[in-house]
Design a protein around this ligand. Structure first.
Ligand code: URA
Length: 184
């Protein structure tokens, strides 16, 4: 297991998959490295690739609005990262081999952060972190306890942007996550 600085360096120089050749910036993740709550998204989009920061585009703004309403901030209360650290062209879903190559870095981050709660934002994170047999629409909001982590998933904020009808469920899930956060 690498420590933060070495891990960052390795990610920044990574050429394990093709996404590395298309990146402007690697998006490592950010937040409180000792937080008990970790959010995991899919992969950087254009704004994230440009800035090197996760969830700063339109979807990120919606996400921030939600967590801020709960009184949670990136700086203090959670860490946020993605399955893939480099942007897939045209924001396509990362391929399995891209996800598998990159997830070792995320696992290293999890081992350093030691969060109590891991929340998957969207189907890609849910598939690789919780189970390929889960479906967001069916399983969102459900908790599983595994290896000392409480795991759950909710809609990806981009999906909420595309479909207003998901807003209420997304907000319910965030409140449910805050309840768990206060409990653990
Ligand atoms: N979507 C994601 O899954 N992650 C980001 O960082 C931005 C958009």
């Amino acid at each position: 297991m690498l420590q933060w600085k070495e891990l960052y360096q390795e990610c920044n120089e990574c050429t394990k998959c093709n996404l590395g050749s298309g990146r402007t910036n690697m998006v490592f993740g950010e937040g409180n490295p000792k937080a008990k709550l970790l959010f995991i998204g899919e992969a950087p989009g254009a704004d994230e690739d440009r800035t090197g920061r996760p969830f700063v585009g339109r979807a990120g703004k919606l996400f921030e609005k939600g967590v801020q309403a709960l009184g949670l901030t990136r700086e203090k209360d959670f860490y946020i990262a993605n399955i893939c650290k480099c942007r897939p062209e045209r924001n396509r879903t990362p391929d399995e081999d891209e996800a598998m190559a990159c997830i070792t870095y995320l696992r290293n981050q999890v081992a350093l952060i030691k969060p109590k709660i891991i929340v998957c934002l969207g189907a890609t994170a849910m598939k690789y972190i919780i189970s390929p047999d889960w479906r967001i629409t069916r399983n969102r909001g459900k908790w599983v306890e595994r290896n000392g982590f409480y795991l759950t998933c909710t809609f990806h904020p981009s999906a909420v942007l595309r479909d207003e009808n998901k807003k209420v469920s997304f907000w319910e899930d965030l409140k449910n996550i805050k309840r768990k956060y206060d409990e653990v």
